[in-house]
Write a protein that binds this ligand. Structure first.
Ligand code: PLP
Length: 342
């Protein structure tokens, strides 16, 4: 099977991420469960720009520049990796950036650590809002964009996680890259492979699913949700895939029921709330393989993968690729929760 995705014409893209990222084997952890476990190092897409978001932003920011925007507006949780990546990429492109971030008490915003510190160092303006206000973020986006326009600026709104039909190209492209990685392995691209990743706003999952369908690769994509539930993610991922297929006239057949596989049950204490057993695994993976997972996304997804393997080592088949989608800066605000493990 050819590793290339056929007849694909990509929308405009900026080169912001360090790609292709390596595919590495986690020999010691894989051996514990009798599987061949690989990790796709999308935590190496950059230093400050580490993680999955920059792949999506390459396409979304190309669109922003084509529309002559001078300011990007986006949103997320207080330690949002997406907000940090947007702030840094904006600085790199000479754009201004306004971040709308969710926090319990906007009058007492969180200390500038982890991603927040990088947001501020990159010169982003931060607007703190409550979780209730965040539910109406579309209204807040409209309000902030209108205010910027009144000042003569040209705002461009990037949705949560850059998860829309434009951002999805980031992980269509990553699939093509992964196909080339797999082609070099024993068993090649024909050997069945399960791709496992954390789902937060659905764009990575949508790109991986579309990439799989476009390449007709022998892969299964398992999305482990770190918030909300299966019904929510089927809807969100389904919508992004359908919008992309319609907007770009993709010649594939897609079905929400057949093509989206959500492994629900690993949200734990809730979004961005880590449990001791998740942190223990994060510590174990760092010591065993020198891989640093993050407590919000990859730590939960890795925990889910290992739990399932403990129950049934055959559950994902012989060859697994865990997508390391980044998030390293999320460990710093958790120093106090991690300290008892040392
Ligand atoms: C480190 C990390 N991993 C995974 C995800 C999930 O990706 P997505 O939002 O595309 O579902 C995110 C962002 O939400 C993230 O920051």
């Amino acid at each position: 099977m050819n590793a290339r995705l056929h007849n694909l014409s990509y929308p405009p893209r900026l080169e912001l991420a360090r790609t292709p990222t390596p595919l590495e084997q986690l020999k010691r952890i894989g051996a514990r469960y009798g599987v061949t476990l690989y990790i796709k190092r999308d935590d190496l897409t950059g230093t400050s720009l580490s993680g999955n978001k920059i792949r999506k932003l390459e396409f979304v920011l190309a669109d922003a520049l084509s529309k002559e925007a001078d300011t990007v507006l986006t949103c997320g949780g207080e330690q949002s990796n997406h907000a940090r990546a947007t702030a840094i990429a904006a600085a790199q492109l000479g754009l201004k950036c306004r971040l709308i971030l969710r926090t319990g008490d906007p009058a007492n915003p969180p200390a500038p650590t982890g991603n927040i510190l990088l947001d501020q160092l990159s010169g982003a303006e931060i607007v703190w809002i409550t979780p209730e206000e965040y539910r109406n973020r579309d209204e807040i986006f409209k309000r902030e964009a209108a205010e910027l326009r009144d000042k003569g600026r040209r705002p461009y709104i990037i949705p949560e996680g850059a998860s829309n039909e434009i951002g999805a190209w980031g992980y269509i492209r990553a699939t093509e890259e992964l196909a080339a990685n797999l082609a070099d392995l024993p068993g090649g691209i024909e050997q069945p492979t399960t791709i496992i990743h954390a789902a937060g706003s659905g764009g990575t999952a949508a790109g991986l699913i579309l990439g799989r369908l476009l390449s007709k690769m022998n892969t299964r994509v398992v999305s482990i949700n770190v918030c909300d539930d299966e019904t929510y993610f089927r809807r969100v991922i389904g919508r992004i895939c359908e919008n992309a297929i319609r907007t770009y006239n993709l010649d594939i057949s897609f079905s929400r029921d057949r093509d989206i596989e959500i492994l629900d049950g690993y949200v734990g204490r809730g979004y961005a709330l880590a449990q001791p057993e998740e942190l223990k695994l994060l510590y174990d993976v760092a010591q065993t393989e020198a891989i640093f997972l993050d407590p919000v996304y990859t730590g939960k997804a890795f925990f889910g993968m290992i739990r399932e393997l403990k129950r049934n080592p055959a559950i994902f088949g012989e060859r697994i690729v865990f997508m390391h989608t980044g998030g390293i800066f999320g460990v710093f605000p958790l120093a106090n929760e991690l300290a008892p493990l040392f």
